[in-house]
Design a protein around this ligand. Structure first.
Ligand code: NAI
Ligand code: MG
Length: 345
C-alpha cells in the first residue's frame, strides 16, 4: 500500500520539529513502503501573508492525494482576528478526524512522575464548534458560547476509547466530565459512553474493560496526586485539551507528548504542543513529540514494527540522557536530538 504523507509544518516551532518527524520516517528505509512527502501550506503566518489560513489546495491534496498527514503547530492569536479561523480545528472537522489520541508515558531514567496513560479527546464538537455571540445589554457587554454534545460523536469516541483500553494490559477506562454542573451536555456524553459496552453491535467485546469516572477538576487533582492509577481517559474536546497539557507536565515536558487525529479513513500525526513563540528560532524545540507522532501515524496504518523502532530509539536517547533539549534539562539542539534518534533507528 502506498504511503503518501502530507506535511503541514504551519507556524512557529511546527516548522522546526516537522523535519525531524520526516527524517525519522526516512531512517526506517525499506521496512515500510517508500514514503512520498507532500509539502502543504496552512497557518496563521500564511493567513497574514495571503488572507488564507487553510488553502483549498491543502485540503484537496489531503483528501485526494495523501493517505496520511503530519501537522506541526499553529499560532492562533488570543484576540479575534477578522477572517481568521484555526486551520487545525478546521482540518479535524473537514477530514472527520473525530478522535485525538494522546498517549502520555514516562520513560524510566528521566525525571517526572511515573505515568502511562492514553487520553482520548473528542475532536469535533464541544465548545470547539466556535459558536459565539456578543451583545450589549444595559449592564454592559455579554458574551455567550454554544457547546454541542451529540450522541453520535460521544458514541464513536467512546467506542474508540474502549477499543484502546481493551488492547492495554490494565483495561481500564475513566470517563471525564462535569455532569454535576452540566447535567444535560456532559450528562449525555457520560451516559452515551457508559452505554457503549451494551450496544448490540459491540456484542460484549468490552466486558473486560473496567470503567469509572472523574469530574474534570478532580481528574486534574488526582492526576497530580496519583497519576499511576490512570490507564485510558476519554473526554469531551475542551477537557481533553486541558488534561493532556496537565499530563504533559507530569512527564516533564510538552515536547514529549505526541498525538494522532484519527478518523475512519484518514490519520494525521500532530505533537500536542503549540507553536511555542517563546523559543521559536532558537533551535531548541524538542523534536520528540513530533517524532513520536510519526510513529503513532505509522502504527495506525498497520506498520507496528516500524513504529516500535522509532519509539525504541527515542526511549534509548531519553534513558541515556546525554542528548536532551533544554526543556528536559539538557543543552542539545533540535538537530542534535534528531540526529541521535535517527542514528538509533
Ligand atoms: P505551547 O504549547 O506553544 O507552549 C507552552 C510552553 O511549552 C512554552 O513554554 C513552550 O516553550 C513549551 N514547549 C512547547 N512545545 C515545546 C517543545 N517541543 N520543546 C520545548 N518546549 C516546548 O502553548 P502556548 O504558549 O500556550 O501557545 C502558543 C501558540 O500555540 C498559541 O498561538 C496557541 O494558539 C498555539 N497552540 C497551537 C496548538 C496546535 O497547533 N495544535 C496547540 C496549543 C497551542
Ligand atoms: Mg492543547
Amino acid at each position: 500500500k502506498k504511503l503518501t504523507i502530507g506535511m503541514i509544518p504551519a507556524d512557529g516551532i511546527g516548522r522546526e520539529v516537522l523535519p525531524a518527524a520526516q527524517r525519522a520516517i526516512e531512517a526506517l528505509g525499506s521496512s515500510i513502503p517508500k514514503p512520498t512527502f507532500v509539502p502543504l501550506l496552512a497557518g496563521f503566518e500564511l493567513f497574514t501573508r495571503t488572507g488564507q489560513a487553510l488553502p483549498e489546495e491543502t485540503v484537496d491534496s489531503l483528501k485526494h492525494e495523501c493517505n496520511a498527514a503530519m501537522f506541526g503547530a499553529v499560532s492562533s492569536p488570543s484576540r479575534k482576528v477578522t477572517g481568521y479561523s484555526s486551520p487545525i480545528v478546521a482540518l479535524r472537522k473537514k477530514l472527520d478526524l473525530y478522535a485525538n489520541v494522546r498517549p502520555v508515558k514516562s520513560v524510566d531514567g528521566t525525571s517526572g512522575r511515573k505515568v502511562d496513560m492514553v487520553i482520548v479527546r473528542e475532536n469535533t464538537e464541544c465548545l470547539y464548534i466556535k459558536e459565539e455571540t456578543q451583545t450589549t445589554t444595559p449592564a454592559g457587554k455579554e458574551a455567550r458560547a454554544t457547546r454541542l454534545i451529540t450522541e453520535r460523536a460521544s458514541r464513536r469516541i467512546g467506542q474508540m476509547a474502549f477499543e484502546i483500553a481493551l488492547n492495554r494490559p490494565n483495561r481500564h477506562l475513566t470517563i471525564v466530565h462535569k455532569s454535576n454542573v452540566l447535567s444535560v451536555t456532559d450528562g449525555l456524553f457520560r451516559e452515551t459512553v457508559r452505554a457503549v459496552p451494551k450496544l448490540p453491535e459491540v456484542g460484549g467485546r468490552y466486558d473486560a474493560v473496567t470503567v469509572d469516572e472523574q469530574l474534570v477538576d478532580s481528574m486534574v487533582y488526582r492526576m497530580f496526586r496519583e497519576p499511576e492509577v490512570f490507564d485510558v481517559a476519554v473526554a469531551p474536546n475542551m477537557y481533553g485539551d486541558i488534561i493532556s497539557d496537565a499530563a504533559a507536565a507530569l512527564v516533564g515536558s510538552l515536547g514529549l507528548v505526541p498525538s494522532v487525529n484519527a478518523g475512519d479513513s484518514f490519520v494525521m500525526g500532530e505533537p500536542v504542543h503549540g507553536s511555542a513563540p517563546d523559543i521559536v528560532g532558537k533551535s531548541i524545540a524538542n523534536p520528540i513529540a513530533a517524532i513520536r507522532s510519526a510513529a503513532m501515524l505509522l502504527s495506525h496504518l498497520g506498520h507496528h514494527d516500524a513504529a516500535k523502532r522509532i519509539d525504541d530509539a527515542v526511549d534509548s536517547v531519553l534513558r541515556e540522557g546525554q542528548v536532551l533539549t533544554p526543556d528536559l534539562g539538557g543543552k542539545s539542539t533540535t538537530e542534535e536530538v534528531t540526529e541521535a534518534v535517527v542514528k538509533r533507528i
